[in-house]
Design a protein around this ligand. Structure first.
Ligand code: NAD
Length: 237
């Protein structure tokens, strides 16, 4: 029987690549989006996935999206906490409001999503949770201290939950992408992107589909004895 996945922030970038990859591999696929309804509807039409409007800063909206996914497909076997934001600012220019927004979207959005799917996974005594951090969450990035801190927190959250939920047969792993060719990196100039590619041992930036393949692996039963891990998808950066 097909398994069901819920992917947050699925209308573009790595999330959209996950929607395509999971759908192509026979998963029942639901995804949330917060802004571009047109892009979400188009992706849903192309893949057969279920598009659900839910801003992950809104607890009730996240809970409703999970309930709708479950109502459509019967259960939720895996969740990919992908939605996130980034911003480049000098540390001394990051306001309290900037910090709160970054932590609320990236960290609390992940918390809200996991909290909403957890009762179903506990009931099933089975589940796979994949969070999306960043290599900057492990090594830090200049002018992205609030982003890096939010991504480091996601690693701590994931490792703690892997221990807490292991006895319930729920696996929790974290993906830490390197530099991936998505709209998130539109803030970088072409020169900066080339510099980042040059610093990458494989000599290029990654594609969203390459991250999606690793996420599929961690969600699937192919990784059934793997939990509490951070998998870098960085081209060796
Ligand atoms: P992206 O900007 O293309 O996509 C981000 C997605 O998150 C979008 O669909 C957006 O609508 C959604 N989103 C943002 N705020 C939201 C909110 N409040 N509620 C619901 N959805 C919201 O970026 P991407 O590169 O595809 O990034 C996906 C994830 O991968 C992010 O968590 C990002 O931090 C992480 N990441 C990306 C890179 C990279 O180089 N692109 C590297 C490391 C980690």
């Amino acid at each position: 029987m097909a398994q069901t996945v819920l992917i947050t922030g699925g209308s573009r970038g790595i999330g959209a690549a996950c929607v395509r990859t999971f759908a192509e591999n026979g998963w029942n696929t639901a995804f949330t989006y917060s802004k571009s309804r047109e892009a979400a509807d188009r992706l849903a039409g192309e893949t057969g996935a279920l598009a659900l409007l839910a801003d992950q800063q809104d607890t009730a909206a996240v809970e409703l999206a999970v309930a709708e996914g479950k109502a459509r497909f019967g259960t939720i076997d895996a969740v990919v906490c992908n939605a996130g934001i980034a911003e480049q600012k000098l540390f001394q220019n990051i306001t309290d409001a900037d910090w709160m927004r970054m932590l609320d979207v990236n960290l609390m959005g992940t918390v809200r999503t996991i909290r909403a799917v957890l009762p179903e996974m506990l009931h099933n005594h089975k589940g796979s949770i994949v969070t999306v951090s960043s290599m900057w969450g492990e090594c830090g990035a200049s002018c992205e201290s609030h982003y890096s801190a939010s991504k480091a927190a996601i690693i701590g959250l994931s490792k703690s939950l892997a221990q807490e939920l292991g006895p319930s047969n729920i696996r929790v792993n974290c993906i830490a992408p390197g530099v991936i060719d998505t709209d998130m990196n539109a803030m970088h100039s072409a020169d900066t992107m080339q510099e980042l590619a040059d610093q990458t041992p494989l000599g290029r930036v990654g594609a969203a589909a390459e991250v999606a393949d690793s996420i599929l692996y961690l969600c699937s039963d192919k990784s059934s004895f793997i939990t509490g891990q951070v998998l870098g998808v960085t081209g060796g950066f």
